[in-house]
Write a protein that binds this ligand. Structure first.
Ligand code: NAP
Length: 343
């Protein structure tokens, strides 16, 4: 008997969102085809931690390899394709702007072309980003706010966003662009600032290091949500009657400094800030130890100061609300890293 399960393809299956989305879709009885890069080092640890590794059918995939993308689409004819793969680290995009443009911009065009040619019924989700708003033209940002990316990453993602809109208008491809604001979890990569904070603090807390955490601009503000909440929205977009663009965010903004203070509380730190901008330090009042300090090395060449999204459209059209708030997110991430360090 033919398998009547819906088929979802997820690129970037080894990343933070890949694991949460795969878990969500498996619970909805999808057959999940996970696309991964052969040669990645720590390949499946997140899928194993989620306890779903055995249920994912893994297939080779690279955003830069059009022939492989065409073959995959032609052969599997997925009902839904979630493109979560990307060179996703903003800081790295200044070092690798051309690769970032090829992977995050052209790679998306390759998938759209493959869908158009070989699997036109496939519904496509593109992982767009609040970094496309960059030097914000409006606060809060909505689907109608003009874009002004401030990094090669934001520029490449903007191309992909417009390619989705264009393929949907020109070729009737069901392509949705989810403009997701920052979302975090215990599965976040350690290079990203939230996880950099919680993983380093956990090492101080468990006595594994005495070195302070070094950060860039403490006053940058972000709209931080929980990845587990946000993947539901990716799915909801593809179940709607028409393809569209949606801002997904909490509607609250917090500075990196606030994240540091909130995470620090769960390690028993009572932080006192001292010094001027470029040499500011945070000392734990109880022990007198410096646990965090600014290092201008981590400043961005072009800063994105205030990101805050207005998720009203997603709430109204798709019926969605973020469940995990800022404090709960800090707590969840901090406790998970302390547990990991204790093990
Ligand atoms: P992530 O943890 O960095 O995962 C990125 C994934 O892309 C990894 O599985 C990585 O595979 C894969 N990848 C990188 N280059 C590739 C290539 N050339 N070919 C195939 N796969 C490649 O990112 P995430 O946090 O899950 O985010 C998922 C998506 O949402 C990304 O597109 C990101 O840009 C976007 N986004 C994220 C946020 C956020 O706050 N998390 C906000 C807005 C948008 P390897 O394991 O092989 O490196």
């Amino acid at each position: 008997m033919a398998d009547s399960k819906k088929i979802a393809m997820i690129s970037g299956i080894t990343g933070q969102d890949g694991g949460y989305l795969a878990k969500f879709l498996l619970e909805k009885n999808y057959r999940v085809l996970g696309l991964y890069r052969r040669g990645a080092t720590d390949t499946f640890s997140k899928l194993k931690e989620h306890g779903i590794f055995e249920q994912i059918e893994l297939l080779d995939f690279d955003l830069l390899e059009l022939s492989n993308i065409c073959r995959l689409l032609k052969k599997h004819q997925p009902d839904e394709f979630y493109n979560l793969a990307a060179q996703s680290f903003v800081a790295a995009s200044w070092e690798e702007p051309i690769y970032t443009a090829q992977a995050d911009g052209m790679g998306v065009l390759y998938i759209l072309e493959a869908i158009r040619e070989f699997s036109p019924k496939t519904r496509f989700y593109q992982a767009s980003t609040s970094e496309m708003f960059g030097k914000v033209q409006e606060i809060p940002q909505t689907e109608k706010t003009p874009f002004y990316p401030r990094s090669p990453y934001g520029v490449a993602k903007l191309m992909a966003h417009w390619a989705c809109v264009n393929y949907s208008e020109s070729f009737n491809v069901f392509a949705c662009s989810g403009i997701l604001f920052n979302h975090e979890s215990p599965m976040r990569g350690k290079e990203f600032v939230t996880r950099k904070i919680t993983s380093h603090f956990a090492r101080i807390y468990t006595g594994k290091t005495g070195e302070p955490l070094e950060l860039g601009n403490l006053n940058s503000k972000r709209d931080w949500g929980y990845a587990g909440d946000y993947v539901e929205m990716m799915w909801k977009m593809l179940q709607h009657t028409t393809p569209d663009t949606y801002v997904i965010s909490t509607g609250e903004t917090h500075s990196i400094r606030e994240f540091v203070e909130e995470a620090g509380k769960h390690c028993g730190f009572d932080l006192q800030w001292q010094g001027s901008e470029d040499s500011e330090t945070g000392t734990d009042k109880k022990t007198g130890k410096v646990v965090v300090k600014v290092n201008p090395k981590f400043y961005r060449p072009a800063e994105v100061d205030v990101l805050i999204g207005n998720p009203e459209k997603a709430k109204k059209v798709l019926g969605w609300n973020a469940k995990v708030d800022f404090k709960s997110l800090c707590r969840m991430m901090m406790l998970a890293d302390i547990e990991r360090e204790k093990k």
